[in-house]
Design a protein around this ligand. Structure first.
Ligand SMILES: Nc1ncnc2c1ncn2[C@@H]1O[C@H](COP(=O)(O)OP(=O)(O)OP(=O)(O)O)[C@@H](O)[C@H]1O
Ligand SMILES: [Mg+2]
Length: 261
């Protein structure tokens, strides 16, 4: 599916200024005394402005916690988290988050849900432009229960982007979707990213998704182990899903997760 015509016909959507995200010696523990558990240990990573950085790792290793630290929803136990050189001390408009479930308010229309992402309410033209950007140009008046899961996730993406974030934080945003819809959403992300700029931190369990989308992949080990592997992918987007040159990387990543290849 191509949304190119719709995307480039809109004047209301401008390039965002992508921000750098840097984590320096970041550790995060929950609990205290004998119940203290260190989830993230000594994380050092910088996402360059405009980069798509994928974060892979086993369940419970701290991927969502890492995103929450960048979003200002959690505070590091030690170390520093900076967005564009500024220490993250709380929730900031620079960062927007999309979760696995769309979290739309059921009593608001799709357009009114997207409007929630912008501080000054936004003009109807602006909201419509973002709806068109994500392929929902004709669905602004629908209620969440009247649209599919994939469409709801498109709305969540528009709501996240309308506030012009320098950083888009995606926590397994396509994991609940069927395989085909997931691939369409991945393509949408590539198109949107190309159109608007922004830095993307993408948490995913899906090795193929990471290889298809990311400039760089970091792999977290078991809880508290920190980053165990970093892989750069040079090929430009949009990528070819049948490209065989990524097979060795795929094999390496799957082996890291103990999958027989
Ligand atoms: N607020 C909290 N209080 C106590 N423990 C927490 C809190 N948030 C997360 N944890 C613990 O931190 C660990 C990492 O959680 P996190 O949600 O970051 O993992 P994850 O890698 O995103 O897992 P999944 O792949 O299943 O989504 C888990 O053991 C979780 O129970
Ligand atoms: Mg998680």
């Amino acid at each position: 599916m191509s949304l190119g015509t719709q995307i480039f016909s809109s004047d209301s959507i401008t390039q965002l200024a992508p921000a750098e995200v840097s984590l320096t010696d970041v550790s995060k523990a929950f609990g205290s005394g004998p119940d203290r558990v260190e989830v993230l240990h000594n994380i050092n990573v910088t996402a360059a402005p405009g980069e798509i950085l994928a974060i892979l790792g086993p369940s419970g290793c701290g991927k969502s916690t890492l995103l929450r630290l960048v979003a200002g929803l959690e505070t590091a136990t030690s170390g520093s988290v900076c967005v564009d050189g500024h220490l993250v001390t709380g929730i900031d408009a620079q960062c927007s988050v999309v979760f696995q479930e769309p979290r739309l308010l059921p009593w608001r229309t799709v357009a009114k849900n997207v409007q929630l992402g912008v501080r000054d309410s936004g003009t109807s033209g602006e909201i419509q432009a973002w709806l068109e950007l994500v392929g929902l140009g004709d669905f602004g008046g629908y209620l969440p229960k009247q649209i599919s899961g994939g469409m709801a996730q498109r709305a969540a993406l528009a709501r996240a982007l309308i506030g012009h974030p320098g950083v888009l934080l995606l926590d397994e945003p396509f994991a609940a979707l069927d395989a085909l819809t997931r691939m369409q959403m991945q393509d949408l992300l590539v198109e949107v990213k190309e159109r608007i700029g922004t830095t993307v931190l993408l948490v995913t369990h899906d090795v193929d998704e990471a290889l298809y989308l990311a400039d760089r992949i970091i792999v977290l080990g078991e809880r508290g182990q920190g980053i165990v592997e970093t892989i750069s992918i040079e090929s430009p987007r949009p990528r070819d899903r049948s490209d065989t040159s990524t097979i060795p990387l795929r094999r390496e990543l799957l082996r890291l997760f103990g999958v027989h290849v």
